[in-house]
Design a protein around this ligand. Sequence first.
Ligand code: DGI
Ligand code: FE
Ligand code: FE
Ligand code: FE
Length: 187
Amino acid sequence: MNRKEALAIVKEQLNEARYTHTVGVMETAIKLAEKYGEDVKKAELAAIFHDYAKFRPKDEMKEIIIEQNMSKDLLEHHHSLWHAPVGAYLVQKEVGIKDEAVLRAIEYHTYGRPNMTMLEKIVYVADYIEPGRSFPGVEEVRQSAENSLDEALFLCLRNTIVFLIGRKQPIYPMTINTYNSVVQGGG
Ligand code: DGI
Ligand code: FE
Ligand code: FE
Ligand code: FE
C-alpha cells in the first residue's frame, strides 16, 4: 500500500479537520523518523492510521474492547482514549496492516506505555506537535523535538497530565506509568 492509497482509505473514516491533522502527523512523523534514524515507511504508515477509529461509535468501540479482551480499565476512563487500541485492532482487521510495530504505535499513541519503542515515541510526539496543534506550550515541545525525542516525550506527558489535573479530570493509569518510565530514564 502506498501513501496515496493509505490516505484515501483513512480519509473515508475521518472528517476534514481530522484528515488535515492526520496529514500533519504524517509529515511530522516522517521528519522525526529521518532525524532519529527510524524506519520512515513505518512511521508514515502508523501516522496515517493513528486516528483511524476516532469517529467510531462509542458502543462499537466498547464492544470491541470487551470482545477482544482489551484492558477493562479503559471502560472506566474517558471514551476519547478508546480509539487508540480499537484503531490498532481495526486497521489490522479492516485494512490488513500486519506490521506489529506499526500496530503498537497506533495502540499506544494516546497514553503511551513504559519503555516505548522509538516508533511509538515518534507517533506519540508527532500527534502532539503537528503543525495544526495549538496547545499552550506546544512550541516548547516542537523546539525540544529538534534535539531530544525523550525530552519532547516528557514535555508531552507533563503537559497532558498538568492539563488534565487543571480540569479536574481523571488520569488514565497508563499515562502515569508512561510518565514514570520516561522520568526514570526508560523512555
Ligand atoms: O486523537 P487526538 O485528538 O489526535 O489525540 P490523542 O489520541 O492523543 O488524545 C485523545 C484525547 O485523550 C485528548 O482529548 C487527550 C485525552 N487524553 C490523553 N491522555 C489522557 C486523556 N484523557 C484522560 N482522561 N486521561 C488521560 O490519561
Ligand atoms: Fe488519537
Ligand atoms: Fe496524543
Ligand atoms: Fe491524532
